[in-house]
Write a protein that binds this ligand. Sequence first.
Ligand code: F6R
Length: 615
Amino acid sequence: MCGVVGYTGKNQAVKYLLDGLSTLEYRGYDSAGVEVLSPSGNLHGVKCVGRVATLVERCKTANLVGTAGIGHTRWATHGAPTDRNAHPHTDCSGRIAIVHNGIIENFQELRRDLAAAGHELRSDTDSEVIAHLVEDAWNGPAKGDLAAAVRNACDRLEGSWAIAAICADAPGQIVCTRKGSPLVVASTPDGAYAASDVMPLAKVTSHVIQLDDGDIATLRQDGSVAITDRDGIAVEHPSTMDIDWDASAATLGGYSDFMAKEISEQPAAIERLLQGRLGKHGVELDELSMSDEELAAIDRVYVIACGTSYHVGLITKAIIQKWAKIPVFCEYASEFNYSDVLVTEHTLCVIITQSGETADTLTAARRMKGMGCRVFAITNVLGSSAARESDGTMYIQAGPEVCVCSTKAYTAQMVAAVLLALRLALVNGQMDQAEVERHFHDLEQLPGLISEVLKRRWQDKQAARLFRNAHSSLFLGRGVNSTTAYEGALKLKEVSYLHAEAYPAGEMKHGPIALLEPGFPVVAVVPADHVHDKTVSNIQECIARGAVVVAVATDGDEAVAKLCQDVLWVPPVPDEDLFPIVGVVHLQLLARYVARARGCDVDKPRNLAKSVTVE
Ligand code: F6R
């Protein structure tokens, strides 16, 4: 949430700042701004409500000249999205500017103190206090040292932050720091760069430095980066990371939107994830960093995640329980953090987070670690906080997911969870090598099956007409496919703004059935599995009340075809527990077509941001 960029070097800063903000826009897009230090020695900025594209237009006439600057794209938490609340924020003199991602929890108290001391606060944000605290320190104890002033200001903050600061009286310097919110920096012959994540940096370097909490990085015009820790001691060997994907992975590459592109990348992502995983000793999962004895001793698993990743958690729970016979608790991180936990000496905690930066999930992981549990992360983002803080990390290698609505990470995370279940089942004796291999070969069929569903996208386009003018919809499924229904409803809501309720099909008659009326759209996930006939009965109950039913069903299911208005056909999946990984692709496509028919921007749904770094 909120994207931060900074640059100082040989080139004009505004180009990198605007490019970087466009790349980071998935982190928030209700307002944006840049501030550049001009050759005359003054700060000049432009900020405005709306998308980065609006900022780019404004900058064309603003003539922002200068080789050092900072920028921000905002997802509002404190203060409405207005020009005034957009970042960067300046101090009273207008000679210090900051951008901030995170939340300053004690901002009210700080605002009161700053106002009482004569500071003029001009926005409703929590972030603005930082500029004034840096000002106080610059004029006071830091004595004109920007890094010291930022450190001093941070000593007074509570909450989370990634900050970049610039000062007209410290020419050519950008000072950055973080606590709890991500920030990476890079040193190159053309200059030094800062960004909330590696995506904007991938265009300029393949080597980035990850700041640790409390680190202060001073970026200079010659491209150098000097880092000190929270006590001001030089950090000689900061942690670094090589970016191993091409920057073009984050471009549209001929697709009309990132959602379409990322949906179509699913077969390749799963193929990549499975490569080299089957060995002599079952599924290779060295990332677990646990011996077979330790794994065999696991007697309880907590799976913790948010949103779409939580739905992966539900599938993880079902499959680990079924195959490895270990009890699994699947929790929303935001709920888990404030509830009782029942850990044993041999509890494994699995966190699932595409971005690796979701604040609630990280808090949960820290809580579990604090209780002595081993934490295993399933994530997509290299070097993310989840990866850095966990005992073991499995990267799903899906490539950058730019669309705010998660698609390819969802299916890849499910495959990762299945691999984990196979590993656990083998080491604790619930499966033998032959069984593991059989399941693995089933997994290998998934890319081909998903490709087949992608070829049938016309079915989703056609079914979208039933939702275009609807006011609400209901998604139903049983067993693992109740989760497919939850995920389908979430996709539809978030990209098309059409209300969608999801229920296990058997629960429908305990309440949601009251929603049904003639023409009401229902999506029923009804593959050829052991609960097929039960779900068909639920479909009949819907039809009896005039609902129009769109089914996600297995090829050749005449009974379903006769009953339903439309069928989204899925080729036979070798194992019914893997159906969610294939069937959901139709629901992703359906959500996209409905959203487009309703005139919505599928890549940047309103009010959402991809990386939810606040609790
Ligand atoms: C929905 C979506 C969100 C995320 C959730 C957790 O399409 O993407 O529900 O799944 O915000 O994000 P991660 O997986 O990054 O922890």
